[in-house]
Design a protein around this ligand. Structure first.
Ligand code: NDP
Length: 257
């Protein structure tokens, strides 16, 4: 029987690459995001390429009602979720705390922290009922270190780091594995464009070094998922070779591709 992954924020970047990787490996999928047209075209593309089945679910993770309704309305064959990838998230703005935009802060907190909680609260009971499952949160190196002007985004990812640990304490006796991936800079995503509110010039942050790419992170997530059930990879911290910490990046040119 095919396994089933539920991936939030699958319309672009890491979530899309993860959907593609799992589809290639023969998993059925539930993919979510707010952009319905993208969800439909990804479904069409991956179903026809890999002979798997995909259910699409368009909603905003900031709404607790929408999160639980989306899960309640899943067709029965999409309810036996083996893996939840809590990926939907974003950075908005890069500014010191004294001049930061309050609506940017709220969007990050509501999406990265509260959205992750709402989705987890909707899906964990299904896993508990089956006595198995796995949850992988997409954290960040911003959940390990704080960088200048990253204040609120880093705080949300520190919260994800704490929630991964807390959720594991709550769920391990139910046979549920909880872990996270913590990547540094990742290209082939819309992350920078979203952070800088669509400003293409400011979004060019990968021109002078080779960061990770979204398929690199998808591979790490897949590695965690394919481990035998008695093995729980708790965290994979990964950076591109030209990056040594949040603030130390060798920007002397793209050395690897
Ligand atoms: P993208 O902007 O490419 O993808 C973000 C995804 O999240 C999109 O599919 C978007 O879908 C979804 N999303 C955002 N807000 C909401 C919302 N309110 N409701 C539902 N879905 C939402 O960026 P990434 O792929 O880079 O980001 C994925 C995750 O990776 C995030 O949690 C991010 O913090 C984390 N990360 C990214 C890094 C990077 O350098 N790129 C590094 C470390 C971690 P839609 O707009 O259709 O709703």
């Amino acid at each position: 029987m095919k396994r089933l992954a539920y991936i939030t924020g699958a319309t672009s970047g890491i979530g899309h690459a993860t959907a593609e990787k799992f589809a290639r490996e023969g998993w059925n999928l539930v993919i979510t995001g707010r952009r319905a047209n993208r969800l439909s075209s990804i479904k069409e593309d991956l179903e026809s390429q890999y002979g798997i089945r995909i259910h699409i679910s368009e909603y905003d993770v900031r709404s607790p009602e929408a999160c639980s309704e989306a899960v309640n309305k899943l067709p029965s064959e999409f309810k036996a979720i083996d893996l939840l990838v809590n990926n939907a998230g974003l950075a908005r703005g890069l500014a010191p705390v004294q001049t930061g935009d309050v609506s940017d802060w709220e969007e990050m907190i509501d999406t990265n922290v509260k959205g992750l909680l709402y989705v987890t609260k909707a899906i964990a009971p299904l896993m508990i009922k089956r006595g198995e499952g796995q949850i992988i949160n997409v954290c960040s190196t911003a959940g390990k270190e704080v960088y200048p002007m990253g204040n609120v985004y880093c705080a949300t990812k520190h919260a994800v780091d704490a929630l991964t640990k807390g959720m594991r304490l709550d769920l391990h006796t139910h046979g549920i594995r909880v872990g996270q991936v913590s990547p540094a800079h990742v290209e082939e995503t819309e992350f920078a464009k979203v952070r800088f509110h669509g400003d293409e010039e400011r979004s060019k942050i990968y021109d002078d070094f080779t960061p990770l790419s979204s398929p690199d992170v998808a591979d790490a997530i897949y590695y965690m998922a394919q481990c035998p059930r008695h093995v729980n990879v708790q965290d994979i911290l990964l950076m591109g070779t030209q990056q040594a910490s949040s603030t130390q990046v060798d920007r002397s040119g793209r050395k690897y591709k």
